[in-house]
Each structure stands twice: as structure tokens, then as C-alpha cells.
Design a protein around this ligand. Structure first.
Ligand code: GLN
Length: 317
């Protein structure tokens, strides 16, 4: 007779520390794989032999392994939080200025922008993140302080701030982002000056956080918008569902299909090697390992998430 199906969401079935320990050992065998993002010189200097992973549960409990307390540049992981701030400020009006479709193109691609008249495909590719940054800039009196305060409150870490060296490195090498912002502005889809939008964008990308900070910071998306660290309702339950859906279809750019196939969780990556992922109604996750695959996602981070959902059954599928 067929056994009744087991519910993977029942966390008492899993020894999470044991699972993290196994993943950590396996990942360390593969250190050296992946490539550093040499188009941002200061990120190309980070050692590749690092791996951290942290899980944040709705009761505030944390499970962590490896280099989970070493800070790194969060880069595009920040786009989850600016999207949350933009949606809180302008609601569905945001979708008039940026779409929510997967792009199938690399994160820094410009090609669709011209025939789609300056409306980026989604808020997670660079073009869409620039429009989202513009909305945040227009909506909050001091957008930089608002974002930094948001990250500190979500993570419970008052020391979070930006890394001026990384921001400067991006400013000096960000020719593509400059082109993109000007192109979008030519369609009238930026309200603020290109310089102001880029300055905010580089600030958000250069925030330094560790895996525990980021797992805590994304946990509200795993609990219907409620942040366990601060006790605050960050967004509505529906808002959390919507943000998770965009992460699933576009959070890892032109690898979103592959991520759905192998990992099966809403996720957002950054070229600093961090990835946040959400097990809806169960936990927030952050993994970090600096070596990237050819789509700009952490190669070993993705492997770790794949192992995690295989071992626990905790994918959304
Ligand atoms: N700051 C990076 C850039 O603009 C962010 C890209 C990423 O993390 N995917 O290229």
C-alpha cells in the first residue's frame, strides 16, 4: 500500500544543522569553481574559497554554517528591498513603469529597452532596478537613509552600511549602467537626474551584509509580510506573494528557468556571490560563495540551494 505523503513543511522532520553541515562539507570540496566579476574591479579581489549559508525561521531562530558571519557586497540582492519600498510607496502604479515578465536576457542587457520603449521587463534586471530606484528616490525624503534603515531594522544589525570602495569601483566602471539610465531617461521613464539615480543604485548595490543578516532580512517574504526580527508587518500577505512570484520568474535573470528546475524556490542573486531564497510560509535563506556561473549567479550558492531542496523536499513544487 502507498505510504501517506510526508509534509516537508513540518520542520521537526529535518535536522537542519546536520543538513547544513553536509552541504557545507560538499561545497568546500568544490572551492575554486566559478569566476569573479572582473567588470567591477573591487569585487574581483574577494577570495573565492568562502561559503556561508543561513536559515531564518518565523520564530526568529537562525541556523547557520560556514562563513555565514562574513560580510560581502550584496549587489543585486538589494533589488528585493528596493522593490518592496517602491511597492509600499506607489503600489500597482509601479507596473506602469516597469513590467513583471522574465527577460530571458542577461542582467545588464539593453536590447529589449528600445523596442519596449524604455519600459524594462522586470525590476530585477539592471534597467528595471534603475526605474525602481527612481521611484524610491521620488517617494522618500531621504531615500538612502530609508533603505539603510530598512536593512538595519529587518536584520536587527545597526552596523549595516555601504562600502565606499565598491561604490566607487562601480561608479568608475559602470559605463553600461550610465548608458542604460540615459536611454531610459530619453523615454521619460526617470523622474530624477541620471546622476542621482545611479548614485542611489550604487549605494544599494554596495551595501555589505552577511548571510545571517540577509536571511533575517528576507524572512518577511516567508511569513506573509511579517518580519520576525522587528515584529513589523513590512508588506501585506498579498505583497509578499507578488514579490516572491517576481523572484521566481526573474530573480536569477536568464537562469530563472534553471533555478526553478533545480532549486524550486523564489530567489534573488547578486554578483557579490550572495543569493537570498524564500520557502514560502517556512523560512528565509541566504547563501554566499563568490565564484559566479556564466549567468552571474553564485555557482556554489546555487549548488547549495539545490542540495538543500533535494534533501528537505522544501521546494514550492
Ligand atoms: N551592481 C551590479 C551592476 O550594476 C549589480 C549586478 C548584479 O548583481 N547582478 O552590474
Amino acid at each position: 500500500m502507498r505510504k501517506p505523503p510526508q509534509n516537508p513543511h513540518d520542520l521537526s522532520r529535518h535536522d537542519l544543522d546536520d543538513i547544513l553541515g553536509t552541504i557545507n562539507e560538499d561545497v568546500r570540496q568544490r572551492f575554486g569553481e566559478g569566476k569573479l566579476p572582473d567588470y567591477i574591479p573591487s569585487l574581483a579581489e574577494v577570495p573565492k574559497d568562502r561559503f556561508g549559508m543561513a536559515l531564518a525561521l518565523p520564530d526568529g531562530k537562525i541556523h547557520a554554517v560556514g562563513n555565514a558571519r562574513e560580510r560581502f557586497s550584496i549587489q543585486s540582492v538589494s533589488k528585493v528591498y528596493t522593490l518592496t519600498l517602491a511597492l509600499s510607496a506607489v503600489g500597482d502604479e509601479l507596473w506602469k513603469r516597469v513590467d513583471r515578465e522574465p527577460s530571458g536576457d542577461p542582467f545588464n542587457s539593453l536590447v529589449q529597452l528600445e523596442y519596449e520603449k524604455g519600459i524594462p521587463r522586470n525590476p530585477f534586471m539592471n534597467a528595471g532596478a534603475l526605474v525602481t530606484a527612481d521611484v524610491v528616490l521620488s517617494s522618500y525624503d531621504d531615500a538612502e537613509a530609508t533603505l539603510i534603515g530598512f536593512m538595519r531594522t529587518r536584520s536587527g544589525n545597526p552596523e549595516i552600511g555601504s562600502d565606499e570602495v565598491v561604490a566607487k569601483s562601480e561608479r568608475e566602471s559602470g559605463h553600461r549602467n550610465v548608458a542604460m539610465a540615459n536611454f531610459i531617461r530619453s523615454y521619460g521613464n526617470l523622474e530624477n537626474s541620471v546622476d542621482d539615480v545611479l548614485a542611489f543604485y550604487y549605494l544599494q548595490c554596495s551595501l555589505r551584509m552577511d548571510c545571517v543578516d540577509l536571511a533575517r532580512s528576507v524572512q518577511y517574504l516567508a511569513d506573509a509580510g511579517h518580519c520576525a526580527t522587528s515584529g513589523v508587518q513590512v508588506t501585506s500577505a498579498e505583497g509578499a506573494t507578488r514579490i516572491n512570484s517576481v523572484m521566481m520568474t526573474a530573480g536569477t535573470y536568464d537562469a530563472a528557468g534553471d533555478f526553478a528546475y533545480y532549486v524550486g524556490l523564489p530567489a534573488k542573486s547578486g554578483v557579490g556571490g550572495g543569493i537570498v531564497a524564500v520557502v514560502p510560509h517556512v523560512m528565509g535563506i541566504c547563501v554566499w560563495s563568490p565564484g559566479l556561473d556564466d549567468k552571474g549567479n553564485s555557482l556554489l550558492g546555487r549548488y547549495a540551494l539545490h542540495r538543500f531542496t533535494r534533501m528537505t523536499g522544501l521546494s514550492v513544487f
